[in-house]
Design a protein around this ligand. Structure first.
Ligand SMILES: [Zn+2]
Length: 390
C-alpha cells in the first residue's frame, strides 16, 4: 500500500510460491507486490489472530505485526491453531513467530509484546496500513476502534461467542465505525466472554478467515468490502445474515462533531473498573472469603451452604466437595432451595458470577451471603491442585 517503498519485483522463488495468486487477474504481479509492500497489524495472537496471521503470512503480506502479551495455555489449543502442544508455556508471540517464519520466511513478523493501551495504540498503529482486531473484550475493542478512527486506519473487526460470529470493516475513509453501531458498551458482565461462556473451536477459524479475506481485499483494492455491512454467522444453523451499518453523523468519534478526540480510559468507559472514591473500601471486599478461609471452615465441618453458581457442564469438570449447584441464571427462581440458610458462601469459576449471585441473595434478604474470592480457579491453585483447571 505504501508506494514509496514498494518492492520492484519478486524473486523466482516468490514467483513460485505465489503462482496461484499471480495467474489471477484480480491479484497478478501488481497485486502480489502490493501485498508484499503492505504492513498489517494483528491485535491478538489467539483464536482469531491464528487464522488471520497464518493466512496473511501465507498470502505474502510483507510485514505482519502482532500484539499480545499472553502465554500459550492448554486451554488455547482447541482453537488457537497457530500454537502447538510443545508451545504451552511459551510466549504466544514467540510461538506465532516460529510458526509464521516456517510457513513463509519472506514475511517480516514484528512482535509487540505488550498490552495494547490508550498510551501506546496510536503510535503503534501509525506504523501499519490496516489493523485486524482479534481481541476478546470490550475495552480493547473500543480502544482499537477509536485508535483506528483517530489514526485513519481501516479496522477489520471480528468477534466470536459459542456458535456465533460477527465480521465487519470499520473506520474506512467514508465508512462507519464500531461506535456508529454500538455507541455504548453493554453493562459490564452482561455479555459473557468466551472464557466464561465457551466457544466452538472452529468458530474463530471461520471468522478469522473472513477477516483475513477482507484484509487482503483492502490491500489489493478489489471487490466489495464489508465496510457498511455487518455480517453475522450462526454455525449451529449454518446461516449468514447481514445488517446495513450507516455512518452516524452524531458518532462520538467519527461523527461530524466528535467528542472523543483522543484515546480515553477504556476500562472505565466499559465499567470494568468501578469508580470509587480513593481510599474507600469497595463493598465487595467485605463480602469476600478467601479459599484458605473456606478450607478452614470445611475442615472443621462448620454448618454453612457452599453454593456453586456455575453451569452444569462446569460442575462436571470439577467441583469443591460439599458444594450445591444452582446456576446463576436459575438462582432467582430457585431461591426456595436456599431458604433458611443464613450462612452462604457462593463460588463460580473466577468470582464474577458469584459476585452477582451474592448481590442477588442479599437483595432477597440473605444478608450474610459471601463471595469466594477467585472462585474455583483459586481453590485449585492454592488448595487442591489435583482438580482439573479449565
Ligand atoms: Zn463512528
Amino acid at each position: 500500500m505504501k508506494k514509496d517503498n514498494a518492492p520492484a519485483a519478486l524473486t523466482n522463488q516468490e514467483v513460485a510460491r505465489y503462482s496461484r495468486h499471480l495467474i489471477m487477474p484480480e491479484v497478478g504481479m501488481e497485486g502480489q507486490l502490493k501485498l508484499k509492500a503492505a504492513r498489517a497489524l494483528c491485535v491478538g495472537a489467539g483464536g482469531l489472530g491464528s487464522p488471520v496471521a497464518l493466512y496473511l503470512a501465507a498470502a505474502g503480506v510483507g510485514t505482519l505485526g502482532i500484539v499480545d502479551f499472553d502465554e500459550v495455555d492448554y486451554s488455547n489449543l482447541q482453537r488457537q491453531i497457530i500454537h502447538g502442544t510443545p508451545d504451552v508455556g511459551r510466549s504466544k508471540l514467540e510461538s506465532a513467530k516460529t510458526r509464521l517464519n516456517a510457513l513463509n520466511p519472506e514475511v517480516e513478523v514484528v512482535t509487540h509484546e505488550m498490552a495494547l493501551s490508550a498510551q501506546n495504540a496510536l503510535a503503534l498503529f501509525a506504523d501499519y496500513d490496516l489493523v485486524i482486531d482479534g481481541t476478546d473484550n470490550f475495552p480493547t475493542r473500543y480502544l482499537v476502534n477509536d485508535a483506528c478512527v483517530l489514526g485513519a486506519k481501516p479496522n477489520v473487526y471480528g468477534s466470536i461467542f459459542r456458535f456465533e460470529g460477527q465480521v465487519s470493516v470499520f473506520a474506512t475513509k467514508d465508512g462507519p465505525c464500531y461506535r456508529c453501531m454500538f455507541p455504548e458498551p453493554p453493562p459490564p458482565g452482561l455479555v459473557p466472554s468466551c472464557a466464561e461462556g465457551g466457544v466452538l473451536g472452529i468458530l474463530p477459524g471461520v471468522v478469522g478467515t473472513l477477516q483475513a479475506t477482507e484484509a487482503i481485499k483492502l490491500i489489493l483494492g478489489v471487490g466489495e468490502s464489508l465496510a457498511g455491512r455487518f455480517l453475522l454467522f450462526d454455525a449451529l444453523k449454518m446461516r449468514f445474515r447481514e445488517l446495513k451499518v450507516r455512518k452516524d453523523p452524531d458518532c462520538p468519534v467519527c461523527g461530524e462533531h466528535p467528542t472523543v478526540t483522543q484515546l480515553i480510559d477504556y476500562e472505565q468507559f466499559c465499567g470494568v473498573v468501578p469508580v470509587t472514591p480513593e481510599g474507600a473500601p469497595t463493598p465487595e471486599v467485605a463480602d469476600e472469603v478467601t479459599v484458605e478461609q473456606l478450607k478452614t471452615r470445611l475442615d472443621r465441618q462448620d454448618t454453612f451452604l457452599l453454593l456453586d453458581v456455575r453451569e452444569p457442564q462446569e460442575f462436571q469438570i470439577c467441583r469443591i466437595p460439599g458444594s450445591v449447584l444452582i446456576p446463576l441464571g436459575d438462582l432467582r427462581s430457585r431461591l426456595s432451595e436456599v431458604e433458611g440458610r443464613d450462612d452462604i458462601v457462593v463460588h463460580c469459576k473466577s468470582g464474577v458470577r458469584s459476585g452477582k449471585a451474592v448481590t442477588l441473595l442479599r437483595e432477597a434478604g440473605y444478608g450474610t451471603a459471601r463471595n469466594l474470592k477467585g472462585g474455583i480457579l483459586a481453590w485449585i491453585d492454592r488448595i487442591d491442585p489435583t482438580l482439573p483447571k479449565y
